[in-house]
Ligand binder design. Sequence first.
Ligand code: FRU
Length: 502
Amino acid sequence: MTKSVSPQLLKVHRMEKKQVHDIPKEERPKYHMSSPTGWINDPNGFSVFQGQYHLFFQYHPYSKKWGPMHWGHCTSRDFIKWEYLPCALAPDESYDEAGCFSGSAVEVDGEHVLIYTGVMDRYLDDGFHYYRQVQCMAKGDGIRYRKFAENPIITGESTPEGSSLEDFRDPKVWREDDGFYLVVGSRAGDGSGQVLLYHSKDLKQWEYVTVLDKSENKYGKMWECPDFFPLGCKQILMVSPQDMRAWGLEFHNGNNSLFIYGQYDKKSHEFTRENITSADYGLDFYAPQTMLTEDGRRILIGWMQSWDANITPAPFQWSGMMTIPRELTYEQGRIYQRPVRELEAYRTDMVQYENVPITESTVLSGIRGRVLELLVEITGFGFEHFRIRFAQNEEYETFVQYSHKKRCLTIDRTHSGIDRDVVCRRKMELAPMRVFPGKGEGEQEVLKLRILLDKYSVEVFANDGEKVMSSLFYTPMEADGIAFDCDGTACISVTKYSFGNL
Ligand code: FRU
């Protein structure tokens, strides 16, 4: 049995009706999902239900700051155009009074089932501070969701000895032949993260199965927002660790997201870790979640903002957006990410240049703007540094720079107009690809950058998606220049598309 709509949820619905329409469309990104009103963080419940894509998200509708978490809701038919639906969950029960934290969704017998973390935070009569995270369920028809009357469905008492009862969150559920499974983040006795696996026949009674993998203080502290899925010949455990220490150019954002590659034995439930890569190298990426489309594509979406430097401009009534949904494939020993192919249907106004030598700061006619896709291929490498500056005018710029000798790509938003330039630059290792252009011609080097700009965000997909950098920059919109700079000679081909159909 489930309960009916609460006054807390009705209050949000009333507020959303007014507020969401008051925010001018021009203020929002054009093809990225952004907060309806107030604050958003993690993507939740990313799933397909009755033929539509559903995306929920951590949501504090009452302010632009994180607060008691709700689940906001939107749907899409193509991952590009999103329609806001009424808030799905509010913290309105004793077991989630302090927040409905992250979780996931699955379609079961015509119902949309949400599994999320309920947070309790209160002082007991004897003065004791009681804080707990538990797993809860709600079911709905794609618009209205009702919480399960017997919540919580999993409590910290079921976790291995020594595990934290306070840090136990972000269940990701999926169906297998023998029932349902979920992975959930937890903190082991050593204070660092672990991912626990649970099994259920009916989504109500859950039994603890095993620890799939753990940090042992090597890969950050608490492991948030786990996901677990097969990809090519690998099984991927995706986690978002808090408090990571940087290694070389890796893990610089404090909170990071990792792909852990391995093998999984479905019978013994043993996951054997093989290697780890970062999911993104930009300044703004966290808590990604994946879903499987009906045509078998594994799609990832992440929160394109960061805990330590969130920078929405003061006049905006909303804060937070998601990345472009990305198709994942396993190629050449790592995960490749590419924007969902649905985006290509919106391309208009192609402008193309082939084999242009760049020897100084160069502007190419027809290549400017803040909502576009830019495909840049570098084939001549007679330089130390090659730069693409965008959202640029006399006062502002953000750039990506390729350093050929160091084989390194940098993103820099120091002069994007940000107040307090505390965290403004990231670098990643990147080597040109080796290609064989045609018969009789030898091997050639090419560095490919596919750059998505959407007013205030940039996503750089390098070398067909081998590595990605996602960052925000809230530069005034009149800075819409794009320039190519080089300290030697570069040879580049450039294709630009607008998204005039959106
Ligand atoms: C990750 C996270 C989750 C938690 C949620 C709360 O960004 O900290 O672990 O469920 O945000 O909003």
